[in-house]
Ligand binder design. Sequence first.
Ligand code: GLT
Ligand code: MN
Ligand code: MN
Length: 391
Amino acid sequence: MSDPFTPQRSDKFTFGLWTVGNVGRDPFGEPVRPPLDPVTAVHKLAELGAYGVNFHDNDLVPFDATPEERDRIVRRFRQALEETGLVVPMATTNLFSHPIFRDGAFTASDAAVRAFALQKTMQAIDLGVELGAQTYVFWGGREGSEVEGYRDPREAIKWFREAINYLCRYVRDQGYNLRFALEPKPNEPRGDIYFPTVGHMLHFISTLDYPEMVGLNPEFAHETMAGLNFVHAVAQALEAGKLFHIDLNDQIMGRYDQDFRFGAENPKRAFWLVWLLETAGYDGPRHFDAHAYRTEDEAGVWAFARGCMRTYLILKDKVRRFQEDREIQALLAELRAADTAYDGPQAGDGYSAEHAAQLKARQFDVAALARRGRRAEELDQLVIELLLGVR
Ligand code: GLT
Ligand code: MN
Ligand code: MN
């Protein structure tokens, strides 16, 4: 094959039905694209080299469908999957579009809304598992507030915990092979969303009844909206064994929720993300949770999807070049040689009273250590030149 950046199934690229099916509605404007038939989406994504397709219950089965309609839709969709070999690695629930969720779902103050959200999620889990999903995402878009007076945020946190614990029990009871991935976001559509960042979610998971069943689905745009370093957030999730899934896209800090094509705005940050995922051996789906600009027609949607995958593969190739680049690697080796010249006691040895006494008695050449430059300018310029294609 001549083009090395053509996606293969083994690259594990996935898209949500809601991503390529995004009709370009925004708070100021009506849809600019007609709804996309999920069956068309499956065929087109397969043709482009994607591995899988994910959905919310209502991306596939309308909110008010009868059981017969549901079965007919699922049959048609399953047939498209069988024809193309596309898989459904992840599914999720729409707990944000319908007006019933105007004040949240699992954290709504109205007990009936909370119960309805639980019922809807159990049905959506059944649907996802029926089509093969092994990861179930919870993005609490409406789980938040604009006004504090109505609900004590501690109650919201407790209700969210109760819901996740309940659903873990449901999954175990059904014998499903399914893990939960929680997706934080700081704001939009709510003024403020509870559990706004990866760090908040990681702590919350440690308070659950079945923490081993629950991990993260971090999104590039969401941490970036909060002004945070997504690479560091993903690293913390990886280090905790909690990177169950990932949402790739792009975003400029301080703007609305942009969900741009992967790498469209911050290619250097995207490069370090790909470097992290690839070197850490992350083997889950590379899911693009993004959509085409509102300027686009359907052809633009497929150009967008192709672009996401192509950019990932180009950056993956850049990672290989980074690792093989003699000058870069020599510079890193020099830095590391200096870093490891110290052979005295340190934290990694573990604590003992004797060790602590040795460390307290140790003499350091503070002035020399403080003088040492780290050549970050050189290193970063080499990376920039690599990314800009001149090395
Ligand atoms: C919605 C949101 C995404 C979530 C999706 C999953 S829905 O598009 O903007 O970040 O990942 O619920
Ligand atoms: Mn997302
Ligand atoms: Mn988003």
